[in-house]
Write a protein that binds this ligand. Structure first.
Ligand SMILES: Nc1ncnc2c1ncn2[C@@H]1O[C@H](COP(=O)(O)O)[C@@H](OP(=O)(O)O)[C@H]1O
Ligand SMILES: [Mg+2]
Length: 352
């Protein structure tokens, strides 16, 4: 008998890989070439929609009764002034669909899906399958087709993220990080790492070109002062000032590592760093389920605890957002409580 969620894992890996290769191609062609101004958001727009269309099409074919909570919908694309962008998405989605994947196992997942002819209407419908409201019952795939859009435009870190939420709990998480080195000890070596975790089965990584999964775990720290922490590049997404005070309270002297996207979860899960701090900047912002489902399971399965800033578990049962939580803190299991105490102290000093 195969392990629980083996089929879901295989399909999720295959679809995240295809979307990651597509995003990599778009980034190299449109962003890296300097062919567009950095403030021109069109490459990320095209990448986001095309990746969502591809992932949705494959999930619909293999798991027709599952719902998808996707970041994007096609409403904007249907406006007449977006006709060129829409045509580009339809062309790229068709091309990516026909393109072969590096490994036969992954290719097989697409065999039947590839036979279906899709035009504008079908691709827009695929994007709009991501319109689920989520909730406490049933199976919902949370999809962020390009997480870390700012990183994507900067030529930095970004990730294709797919999590399966079953009855309000994340049971599977897969992430593709096209710009993350496969071996962190060789930052200039091969790039493109896939991460996968199934609840209760551990956390793993592989490269884009080899099917071999390697188990990953967080660092075991002798003391918190030896830790390094990572945070968003964007000061509007995470309170850098409070993070610095928390580090000070914990005796951490190393500079924080700033990185876009859920690649932060992947980094600490394999020991490149130790603690991920995401203190809210805006009192009203609700974190999105697609920004945290896959990453939080990966860290939990690699030996960590992921909670909100008050130490409460992240609640994925409340719809498209984590409306019951504020901020996110991820740390090794044995040190998490101390980190939460430092968070409370730092926030208390600010009178928040
Ligand atoms: N005010 C805010 N506070 C926290 N997160 C925010 C935010 N505004 C946007 N975000 C989310 O932050 C994500 C990026 O996180 P990070 O800064 O860790 O790279 C964005 O995902 P997208 O890039 O997919 O839009 C977006 O969903
Ligand atoms: Mg995102």
């Amino acid at each position: 008998m195969s392990a629980p969620y083996a089929r879901e894992q295989a399909i999720a890996l295959s679809t995240v890989l295809k979307a990651s290769l597509l995003a990599q191609k778009i980034q190299a062609e449109l962003v890296g070439s300097g062919g567009v101004e950095k403030k021109d958001k069109s490459p990320v727009t095209v990448g986001d929609y095309t990746a969502q269309a591809l992932v949705s099409a494959l999930l619909a074919a293999h798991f027709p009764s599952d719902a998808i909570i996707g970041e994007e919908d096609s409403a904007d694309l249907q406006r007449p002034e977006q006709a060129t962008v829409k045509a580009q998405i339809v062309r790229l989605a068709g091309e990516a669909m026909r393109e072969e994947l590096p490994l036969a196992d992954e290719e097989r997942a697409w065999a039947d899906v590839k036979r279906v002819e899709r035009g504008d209407t079908e691709w827009m419908a695929a994007i709009d399958r991501g319109n689920s409201e989520g909730g406490a019952k049933g199976r919902h795939w949370a999809l962020d087709p390009i997480d870390g859009t700012k990183g994507f435009l900067r030529g930095g870190q970004y990730a294709v993220c797919l999590g399966l939420i079953e009855d309000g709990e994340v049971v599977l998480g897969v992430m593709g990080c096209p710009n993350l080195p496969v071996d962190p000890k060789q930052p200039e070596g091969d790039k493109g790492a896939l991460f996968v975790a199934v609840k209760g089965q551990g956390a793993f990584q592989r490269s884009f070109t080899s099917p071999t999964l390697t188990r990953i775990t967080m660092n075991s720290l002798a003391s918190l002062s030896a830790a390094s922490f990572c945070e968003s590049v964007e000061a509007g997404h995470s309170d850098h000032g409070t993070n610095a005070r928390i580090a000070e309270l914990l005796g951490i002297t190393r500079d924080s590592v700033r990185m876009d996207s859920q690649a932060k979860y992947c980094s600490i899960a394999r020991g490149d760093g130790d603690i991920y701090l995401r203190l809210p900047v805006s009192a009203t912002y609700e974190e999105k389920v697609w920004d945290h489902s896959s990453g939080s399971l990966l860290v939990a399965e690699a030996g960590g605890i992921v909670s909100d800033m008050h130490g409460l578990p992240l609640d994925f049962s409340l719809g498209r957002t984590l409306k019951g939580n504020k901020g996110v803190i991820a740390a090794p299991r044995e040190w998490h409580k101390q980190v939460i105490e430092a968070v409370a102290k730092a926030v208390g000093e600010e009178g928040k």
